[in-house]
Design a protein around this ligand. Structure first.
Ligand code: FPP
Length: 243
């Protein structure tokens, strides 16, 4: 039986987040430049996005560029930005054809203007699509997001007794998006790396040794199957959950 058929459609994660890691190492193993790894990673993005929509995932967040990634060599940063521009430009039609809405989280003011324009245009064009929301984390870091939320709360003179988890969530860039039930990281690294720290409090974590350019929809389906075997207790006991 194909992997997708084994998935229980009644128990799907509503939101999956992915840290796409290992592009550079994958390229190096092949004796190629790091950018070749990023370019090859686009195919994995495409296949994963299509697979997520196919299986019925409602929100998919991809960690495409972290705040810390600005510290990479200028040549690599520029190549990544050009790749983002060309991919968003080329794939807006695919998003439209598949009824996928594009959103972004992160400090996009730091992006080069061409990249930001392309992104904003694609977000505008796809805003009425409703099958799935694809969220690109760009120039994103969770500490930046949390600091930003705190600054806004202070600026708005919100009093101590008004501050609840719900209110705090409204000040994050993920406002209105459910917390991910499943977080995937590729390439064997067992770290969170400043990604959605508030939002993944109860997420199931899934790690695979595959480098991102090798990741395909079947790997996404495997991760969903693994998620469906887990017992999510949210701090309660097994008996309480089964009641
Ligand atoms: C991590 O691999 C990957 C990135 C920093 C960039 C991810 C970008 C893409 C897949 C390209 C385009 C994406 C979209 C959404 C259009 P790494 O460079 O950290 O790999 P390493 O750990 O092996 O060095």
């Amino acid at each position: 039986m194909s992997v997708i058929k084994k998935i229980d459609k009644e128990n799907l994660p509503l939101h999956i987040a992915i840290t796409m890691d290992g592009n550079g190492r994958w390229a190096k193993e092949k004796g190629k430049f790091r950018i070749f790894g990023h370019q090859s990673g686009v195919k994995a993005v495409k296949d994963t996005v299509e697979g997520a929509a196919e299986v019925g995932i409602k929100f998919l967040t991809l960690y495409a560029f972290s705040t810390e990634n600005w510290n990479r060599p200028e040549k690599e940063v520029n190549a990544l930005m050009s790749l983002l521009v060309s991919t968003i430009n080329k794939e807006t039609k695919t998003l439209m054809d598949n009824d996928i809405k594009l959103q972004s989280i992160g400090n996009i003011e730091k992006l080069p203007s061409k990249c930001r324009e392309e992104l904003e245009q694609a977000i505008e064009e796809t805003k009425n699509n409703s099958r799935m929301t694809l969220i690109l984390a760009l120039s994103y870091s969770s500490r930046w997001e949390i600091m930003n939320a705190i600054k806004q709360i202070v600026k708005n003179e919100i009093s101590e007794n008004e501050i609840t988890e719900e209110l705090f969530s409204q000040y994050l860039t993920t406002k209105g998006v459910p917390n991910p039930e499943l977080l995937i990281r590729t390439s064997g690294e067992l770290r969170i790396s400043n990604f959605l720290l508030w939002q993944i409090a109860y997420s199931e974590l899934y790690f695979t040794d595959k480098h991102w350019p090798e990741f395909r929809r079947e790997d996404l389906f495997e991760s969903i199957l693994d998620y469906q075997k887990r017992e999510r207790r949210f701090g309660k006991t097994t008996e309480q959950i089964k009641q």
